[in-house]
Design a protein around this ligand. Structure first.
Ligand code: THU
Length: 134
């Protein structure tokens, strides 16, 4: 039994797209992260004229949440404007894994959802425990 409301989270991810700054790709992505207390923090992709500085919606949501003092998360929903499922990129998988390794990742195409465990999306992950061995 999920400890969050999937429909509400998916809707929040979809709504978050309206603040996307996707001037270059026109690929607008929204993400909504939910804490274990049910609080939802949203993000959208922010593109730069120096393309490589672009930040994905998932990392915007996560960094917003962390810097607002939120620590414990249950799930993230991701919605893009192309009507298809938008799996998180490798960089986002890593950063999410660093701070929320046990979350569910919910992809929506606007009609249907697909839910994964982040751990299944980033097998054999590099993790914090490697660093304490130095
Ligand atoms: N993007 C995201 O925001 N999240 C993803 O999961 C994949 C890609 C953004 C980055 C860039 O602004 C645009 O989508 C095209 O790559």
């Amino acid at each position: 039994m999920a400890e969050y409301d999937t429909n509400k989270l998916v809707e929040a991810a979809k709504n978050a797209r309206k603040f996307s700054k996707a001037h270059y790709s026109n690929f607008r992505v929204g993400a909504a992260l939910v804490t274990k207390n049910g609080e939802i923090i949203t993000g959208a992709n922010v593109e730069s004229s120096s393309y490589s500085l672009t930040i994905c919606a998932e990392r915007v949501a996560l960094t917003k949440a962390l810097t607002e003092g939120k620590e414990s998360f249950s799930a993230i929903a991701i919605s893009a404007n192309d009507g298809d499922f938008c799996p998180p990129c490798g960089a986002c998988r890593q950063l999410l894994f660093d701070y929320a390794p046990n979350i569910d990742v919910i992809l929506t195409n606007g009609q249907e959802n697909k839910t994964y465990k982040l751990k299944d999306l980033l097998p054999v992950a590099f993790e914090e425990s490697k660093l304490s061995k130095r």
